[in-house]
Design a protein around this ligand. Sequence first.
Ligand code: F0G
Length: 433
Amino acid sequence: MQAELICFNPACRTRFKVTDPIYNCKVCGSLLEAIYEPTAADPTELKTRWRARRCSNLPIDQSGVWRYREFIPFLEDYTQVVTLREGNTPLLAAPRAASYAGLDAVVFKHQGFNPTGSFKDNGMTCGVAQAVRLKKPRVACVSTGNTSASMAAYASAAGLEPLIFIPHGNISYGKLAQALEYGARTFQVDANFDQILALVRALADKLGIYLLNSINPFRIEGQKTIIAEMLDQRDWAVPDWIVLPGGNLGNTSAFGKALRELHALGFIDKLPKLAVIQAEGSAPFYDFMKAADHRNFHSIEHPETLATAIKIGDPVSWPKALHEVEHSGGIVEKVTEQEIADAKAIIGLCGVGCEPASAATLAGIRKLVAAGTIRADADIVAVLTGNLLKDPDYVYKYHTGQLDAPDGSRLASTFGNRPIVVPNDPDRIAALI
Ligand code: F0G
């Protein structure tokens, strides 16, 4: 199978070799995406083959990414793939979350069940595979935390050197701890995500380091498999809506590309709508989509949200995300800090749990149902992008009434659950119970 990189800009569409270590078009500077020679493979046969691989003991078959390798055929040789058995994340029904949002039912695709606890693992196994193929011994990323945790793990597992750049004081300890434990050289920079991305790009060029941010087209290929796996788990029944949080908008780009391709290849006969949810203080894509002309993208210089994973004011993948949301007939919504915090507690009460950015999904659904955009009987899959334990500090503060929004206002502990301090006395504890 012949793979190439192609410029995403419809007016350019220049093609490059799949082994070119580039992230942007050399002609016009736009984003790149992977494309493949049309395949003669029969969707019905591939569905059966992918399902059968769940029973295989081959590492690449056990991976919820590489199991779908015919859908992301950018490698010629799979022997050097490093898998931590990423993907394989469940679809979880959550009736309590559904009734909170005004829905009959909702299902969470929980990417927090990944090896490093976020959806980044789906893309990272592919990005690292490409780094190995290109013989790049050092890899780098800027991150709000999850990308760095994932890159650290996969790079170390592959014997590469991970270099991580994070905004000083602005990522959760759970994520920082992972990067340190997985052995990444970790640089805390006094700048925000967007500024550090520019810095890392310059450093990567200068030092020949392979960049593994989501502008890397192979990460996007890996994240496509979240959609393939979700549809496989639903026996290829297409939902009405797929709801996800939006930060740098790589995942939105990946989901849209996956859906377009599966549709074109005949795996599905209709497209679900994509609903992208942003945090109010960090919602440049929302503002852009609300503007009438969709011409000028205005980045936000000082994005603010406690959902630090999506605290991004200048999302690099917005041109792709624009295309994908429009193509799906979808929508972009924004939600407040209080809405995120309360939705997160509800997801916890379902026994599911997630990190703050993920909870933007349920908060957004609630708002879209109230507005009549999403029907109560809609078939919805919401993607929870990260694990509850990524940000325990937030959880503790919410439940004990100590969580302050970035503007300094105290958030209500609406569904708070304080720990109770008790003496070592069975009678007094019994009385409390
Ligand atoms: N949810 C979580 C838990 C994330 O970590 C991120 C992004 C997103 C949602 C947004 O996804 O950027 O594809 O729109 N985290 C990145 C990071 C930026 O560095 O870990 P996106």
